[in-house]
Design a protein around this ligand. Structure first.
Ligand code: SF4
Length: 152
């Protein structure tokens, strides 16, 4: 699993200061994708050493967000973070619920599911097909409304 770049945001994971890591080689190829450069198999290998370096150089974060990626790699990276840091972990993924092993819900704090559909809009659109969930005890709690105006 490789990444192209990172950013710290307040908006991708509600109530968190999140280090968002943009993972490349995205298999979904959604029409109207905001970041088609992430379709390419490019970037830096996201090893545990690299993850350590990114987390240590972004003091004050409360969450690490994987923006894309692959179920088993994200699972391994999330386990590493939970074993070494007191941080939340979230995952933005273009797939749907039940497309991957459900044990991933036991390690993540947040998950965004669903491909981008430009007719329906992203998470900020009340018509969106995408869902953002907070995960508690393996249960998915729908927080998508938090991305809509007056949603908080
Ligand atoms: S899942 Fe995200 S990055 Fe991948 S093609 Fe769709 S919008 Fe682009």
């Amino acid at each position: 699993m490789k990444y192209l770049n990172t950013m710290v945001t307040f908006s991708e994971f509600p109530d968190e200061i999140a280090l968002c890591i943009n993972i490349t080689n995205c298999p979904f190829h959604c029409p109207g994708c905001h970041s088609p450069e992430l379709w390419e198999d490019i970037g830096i290998e996201l090893t545990f050493d690299e993850l350590n370096k990114l987390i240590k150089s972004n003091k004050g974060i409360t969450c690490v967000g994987f923006m894309g990626g692959f179920p088993l790699s994200v699972y391994d990276a999330a386990c590493f973070i939970k074993a070494n840091y007191n941080l939340k972990v979230g995952w933005y993924w273009g797939g749907e619920k039940n497309n991957y092993p459900l044990y991933i819900y036991n390690i993540l704090d947040y998950i965004k599911l669903g491909p981008y559909d430009k007719e329906l809009g992203g998470l900020g659109s009340p018509n969106t097909n995408q869902k953002f969930y907070k995960i508690e005890n393996g249960q998915l709690i729908d927080w998508t409304y938090k991305f809509w105006k007056h949603g908080k």
